[in-house]
Write a protein that binds this ligand. Sequence first.
Ligand SMILES: NC(=O)c1ccc[n+]([C@@H]2O[C@H](COP(=O)([O-])OP(=O)(O)OC[C@H]3O[C@@H](n4cnc5c(N)ncnc54)[C@H](OP(=O)(O)O)[C@@H]3O)[C@@H](O)[C@H]2O)c1
Length: 272
Amino acid sequence: MNQESKTGKVILITGASSGLGEEMARHLAAAGHRVYGTARSIEGTDKPFNTVNMDVTNASSISTALARIVGKEGRIDVLINNAGLGIAGPVEELSISDVQRVLETNVVGVLRTCQAVLPQMRLQKSGKIINISSIGSEMGLPYRGLYSASKAAVDRLTEALRTELAPFGIQACIVQPGGVRTDINKNRIRVDLEQDSPYRASFEHTYRLIDESVENGMPPLAFAQLVAEIIAAPRLKRLYRLGRPIEKLSVLLKRLLPSGRFDKMIRKHYGL
Ligand SMILES: NC(=O)c1ccc[n+]([C@@H]2O[C@H](COP(=O)([O-])OP(=O)(O)OC[C@H]3O[C@@H](n4cnc5c(N)ncnc54)[C@H](OP(=O)(O)O)[C@@H]3O)[C@@H](O)[C@H]2O)c1
């Protein structure tokens, strides 16, 4: 922990070593909040916010980190579940160990962290939980079926949390980004295809488009600013979606178009 300050909200962010999490942590700390940015090995790195090691796939690592933060601050006002892992590969060729790793991080990790933080928030009778999902949660994107599924699970869990937690004065919301320029391309699990995989050519092509959607994505600062507004809002909406117009339009088109037309559009976009 490397910062002493006694103003603003106490904010715990998971996955703050890079990308969206780091940008949110920097922005919120600069705005005067008491930010605790966590990741698996973030302590000792030079960041302008408090750093605490925490692995969302490990219950004892979460409870140790939380005990340190609550021990120091006496409360947690905001939890931002941001830690996440990308994966790309044809559903048929996903390895179950990769599947388990992604679900452990993206879904069970969110659940575990909420379960650890909620007793403190209930004690306070207040708190906000902001879960970082993806516009990709709204549709099963080709070669990102597992990633889409993991983020859809986060959306549904958040909806349930909203109603369960309302009597305790705790609010929850979903943030769905489109492509954001972060390290997610570098950190994504890229499935090793079978030697004679029938998906090879189209997977290579689609993978390039996936990388490009991140490279041409929005700057992470836009999301940090949105999250700052959410933290300041008296009432949280269920969903905040921020992305390029084409990304947001795709969600609407899925609802409006017959399924065959929508699938055709997706296949055309990805050259499938
Ligand atoms: N970039 C995009 O285009 C995009 C679009 C939609 C949604 N999102 C979502 O935004 C969130 C942030 O992603 P990003 O784009 O900023 O990617 P990123 O740069 O790869 O950052 C991922 C963060 O998650 C952390 N993390 C991974 N596994 C962890 C674990 N087991 N325990 C604790 N922390 C862990 C990483 O920290 P360590 O590896 O240092 O532990 C890192 O800080 C993710 O949930 C992602 O799905 C991103």
